[in-house]
Write a protein that binds this ligand. Sequence first.
Ligand code: NYM
Length: 215
Amino acid sequence: NTAKHPGRGAFVLFEGVDRCGKTTQSQRLVQHLKGKGVDAELWRFPDRFTAIGRMIDSYLTGETDTDDAAVHLLFSANRWEKREAMLAALRAGRTLIVDRYAYSGAAFTAAKNLPGLDLEWCKAPDKGLPAPDAVIFLAMTPEAAALRGGYGNERYEKEEMQREVARQFHLLADDRWQTVDAARSVEDVEAEVRRIAEDAVACCLEGAPLRVLWA
Ligand code: NYM
């Protein structure tokens, strides 16, 4: 029956503080899945190559200062502008491995602790976006992350901010959330990551419905 109704692709999301190993793990996962014959593609947010993405990039590099609420909405709009392409890819059977998404959006802005911009406000613009089938949260203390070659020079890359981001991430944990201890060797982390992703791919092949975020 799978020939007549080929299942959709899975949406597997990586989240975590800066320097937790998301980029390495997401790249390795895509290679692994492709090697097993899974049609898989790596996506990342922010997507800095759209018009909105270029505005986000210039904010992150410090080239421009943007109002915190406005930049939050830009990050969200950057996901909405990719929604159709994301849905089309998933429906076509492509598995998307995504490096950051709405959980980062909510966690980073809420971590600023600004009046009015609480976690609920931060989540609101992303309500209705495609929801991931699994969230792989690479758990690492900001201290351990900082030891990994240190942070770069972009906005938010400071230990104090990262500690607050980690706190917000924990408030966002839901039934899709799988915490993986990322303070281990790349191979140990990878083994667990593969298991979670392969499970999600199998569930989606069997027809698990795609949900929407925070509805
Ligand atoms: N970030 C990322 C946000 O503040 N809001 C968002 O919605 C997303 C997706 O951008 N420090 C932050 C987290 C990172 C920064 O991400 C750039 P990356 O993965 O370093 O390119």
